[in-house]
Write a protein that binds this ligand. Structure first.
Ligand code: ADP
Length: 356
């Protein structure tokens, strides 16, 4: 009887997840415990069900357990290929004329940059996506003609900075969001680099990462406090009927979502954290309004959501990758991130799983 109880619970959950076939997906990725965390012996507070990839359970400090459901859950042992395999169907739709946004959300140190950028030998979503876009474009040669270009920008303290502009340019150009004639949001003056091979892409991504650390004492420090956006512009032409499309794919490594205690910080750091909170909650509000099909979508509440307005909503595709740490030391932030993700998706979370 207990077994039946578990499987009907599963079936219900599965049905709910299958219903989420709309344009908004939320995935969750949990990184492995690192050496220090293994050393301190506190262990992991996150449990996974080996039989499926749609939920995870958090062991809270008051001994209660909380179940969170997602469109997909990646366990610590899941590699970059596994993550990209699920991300791919969303990103490649940019070649069919859809606007797409992918966000990596979470506390600093949970693997946002690892998932998006990856490392040279273990590349992340950004590079793999461009590689796949080139591959499909080649497959469609003779039927479709594509032109791909890349821009990399940063939003820090509600200011937009072009990371592909020559840093010797003084003073740096001020970038603003403008409404284009067709009603879309544009950033005039933003550098767009035409790319035609994966080698070129890797060089450009690297120069974007280098520019991100200019002027900061530590690259990691600044990158955790700014949003980094990689925009791929795809111009497509159907050679059979002449139909042309122009679409954007945004791949965004968001600023760290950790709450900063007001007592500990002041001045610049406090201002930064207020800007981060404001933009992350604005993003959460926009996506949850879209998910619940509210008529007023509050795009104008932050530079980030305003800039992405034409790529969020309607038939645009959105993927939120929520990154979490399994460590007991990060429990509070992990629960905040999981609650944020659930709110964004409008998914009800249940009590703990019944044990078989
Ligand atoms: P964030 O961008 O969220 O601050 P990072 O991407 O810098 O976090 O990741 C923090 C550390 O954890 C890095 O050393 C990174 O290589 C490692 N890491 C993150 N996710 C994974 C993973 N899934 N597998 C292995 N190492 C990971």
């Amino acid at each position: 009887l207990k077994f039946l109880e578990v499987s009907s619970e599963r079936k219900k959950l599965y049905n709910e997840v299958v219903e989420l076939k709309g344009n908004i997906r939320v995935f969750c990725r949990c990184r492995p415990l690192n050496k220090d965390e293994i050393g301190n012996g506190l262990g992991s507070v996150i449990e996974f069900d080996p039989s499926q990839d749609h939920d995870l359970q958090v062991n809270c400090s008051d001994s209660s357990k909380k179940l969170f459901k997602f469109d997909r859950v990646f366990k610590p042992e899941d590699n970059q290929e596994a993550v990209f395999a699920q991300t791919k169907p969303v990103v490649v739709s940019v070649l069919d004329g859809y606007n797409v946004c992918i966000f990596a959300y979470g506390q600093t140190g949970t693997g946002k940059t690892f998932t998006m950028e990856g490392t040279e030998g273990n590349r992340g979503v950004n590079y793999r996506t461009l590689e796949e876009l080139f591959r499909i474009a080649e497959d469609r040669r003779g039927i479709m003609k594509y032109e791909l270009s890349v821009s990399i920008l940063e939003v820090y303290n509600e200011k937009i900075k072009d990371l592909l502009v020559d840093s010797s340019d003084e003073p740096p150009k001020k970038l603003e969001i403008k409404q284009a004639a067709e009603g879309t949001q544009e950033v005039p003056g933003l550098v767009e680099v035409r790319v035609s091979s994966t080698e070129e892409v890797w060089e450009i991504l690297r120069s974007g990462s280098r520019a991100r650390s200019v002027g900061s004492t530590s690259a990691n420090e600044l990158s955790s406090r700014s949003h980094c956006l990689l925009r791929v512009t795809v111009k497509g032409e159907n050679l059979l009927d002449g139909h042309k499309t122009r679409s954007h794919l945004w791949m965004v490594d968001l600023a760290g979502s950790e709450r900063v205690g007001r007592i500990d910080v002041e001045g610049e750091r406090l201002k930064e954290s207020q800007f981060i909170n404001k933009s992350l909650s604005a993003l959460g509000d926009v996506i949850s309004s879209l998910a619940s099909k509210t008529t007023h979508i509050p795009y104008r509440n932050s530079k980030l959501t305003h800039m992405l307005q034409s790529s969020l909503g309607g038939d645009c595709k959105t993927l939120m990758l929520v990154q979490v740490s399994p460590s007991a030391a990060d429990l509070g932030e992990t629960l905040c991130s999981l609650n944020f993700a659930s709110r964004v998706r409008g998914i009800e979370n249940g009590p703990a799983r019944k044990q078989a």
